[in-house]
Structure formats: C-alpha cells, structure tokens
Design a protein around this ligand. Structure first.
Ligand SMILES: Nc1nc2c(ncn2[C@@H]2O[C@H](COP(=O)(O)OP(=O)(O)OP(=O)(O)O)[C@@H](O)[C@H]2O)c(=O)[nH]1
Ligand SMILES: [Mg+2]
Length: 194
C-alpha cells in the first residue's frame, strides 16, 4: 500500500452523498481535540491534509481521504467539547449513528482516547454503538509522548481493565513506529482484491 499516494476527496453533509466508487472505509472517531486529524496526517505523511487545530470542534463534517486509490480514511466529527447545545449534540449523534448503521464498507473503526484521560460518557456510548452494530474496532491511546513510560503503562493497564477484550494501541504523532503499527493493522482489515 502506498500511503503517500493520498488525497482529500470530500466533506459529507449527508451520508447518502458518499464518494464514488464506493470502497472500503477505515473511520477515525473520538472526543474533540484527541488527535484524529493529526493521526490522519501522520499516517498519510502530510502536514496539513486534515485540519489540526487548538480550537476543539474544528472537524464538524465527515471528511473522506482516499489512500492509494484503494480505500478511504474517514475523519468523523469530534464530540464532547464544551458549550455544545442539545440540538448540536443530537445532530452529532444522528450523523455518527447513521454513518455506522448498515455500513458494509466500514472495515475498522479507530476509537481515539487521550492516554492521559479516562473513558468519558461519549466514548462509552460509542463503544455501545460499535458492539450493537458489530463494527470491528480498536482503541488508540493518543499523545503517548505526553506521558513517561511508567505513567503510560499504568494508564494503559487502567484502560485495558475497563475495555476487557478490545485491543488497545499507543500512538503519537512523534513516534514513527506507532504510525507503522496502525498502518499494518489497517492493511490487515482491507480487502486487497479490489
Ligand atoms: N504532543 C502531541 N500532541 C498531539 C498529538 N496528536 C495531536 N496533538 C495536538 O492536539 C491538538 C488537537 O489535534 P487535532 O488533530 O486537531 O484533534 P482532532 O481530534 O482532530 O480535533 P477536532 O477536529 O476538533 O475534533 C493539536 O494541537 C495537535 O497538535 C500527539 O501525538 N502528541
Ligand atoms: Mg479534526
């Protein structure tokens, strides 16, 4: 897979508006500011393909990136930022649930959680949906570089205890080895026949 051969395709406002041809999808989801756009840029070795921001809530649409004309990386809108109205929250829930429902193209979902934090209510709701809709998923602990080794291991063990049999993987935009690990995992989930 040539990960360098990637480009932004489109932002969706409605889910029936998916880019053509339909291809396998790998989705990235998580609370706002957790590092979704940064992870996409790191995997694709592009600095500014996905907008990274210090202001949470930057990515409000479903963004599709094509990788090697083979599959799509899908950046889903973040959740959990402050001052969100009930109307906005319901809109987010509807966008995400509609995306997850009956999506045969979705081969793997990466649920991102900041390794310094704990599961929040929205993460738990995501995990419920993923179980309910039988979506293959892993948890990625982001910003690994922000913790010392021993502190990180302690946090990872706490997450593993709660998440039971879900795979938990460390990631940092600054640690190249972690990019390769996530790429390998994605490649293993993509149907190589088309
Ligand atoms: N130190 C460190 N900072 C990171 C890492 N990943 C992301 N960041 C920083 O975290 C902030 C948020 O990153 P984004 O990639 O924009 O987060 P996002 O999840 O896409 O946020 P929304 O689009 O608002 O939902 C930025 O300031 C990034 O530079 C990491 O691995 N290490
Ligand atoms: Mg983003």
């Amino acid at each position: 897979m040539n990960w360098q051969k990637s480009h932004f395709i489109k932002s969706l406002t409605a889910i029936h508006d998916k880019p053509q041809p339909l291809r396998d999808e790998i989705a990235v989801v998580g609370r706002s500011n957790v590092g979704k756009s940064s992870l996409i840029n790191a995997l694709l070795s592009k600095k500014k393909l996905a907008k990274v921001s210090k202001t949470p809530g930057k990515t409000q649409l479903i963004n599709f990136y094509a990788v090697d004309d083979h599959f799509y990386l899908v950046d889903l809108p973040g959740y959990g930022y402050a001052n969100v109205s009930v109307k906005q929250r319901l809109k987010w829930e509807s966008i995400i649930e509609t995306y997850l429902k009956n999506n045969a193209y979705l081969k793997l979902l990466l649920l991102l959680i900041d390794c310094r934090h704990a599961l929040m209510a929205n993460d738990k709701m995501m995990l419920e949906w993923l179980r309910y809709y039988h979506i293959n998923h892993v948890v990625i602990l982001t910003k690994r570089d922000k913790l010392s080794y021993s502190k990180y291991i302690q946090k990872e063990n706490e997450f593993k205890a709660v998440l039971e049999n879900i795979a938990v993987i460390p990631f940092s935009i600054h640690i190249k080895k972690s990019h390769d690990m996530v790429k390998k995992m994605i490649e293993a989930c993509i149907d190589s026949s088309h």
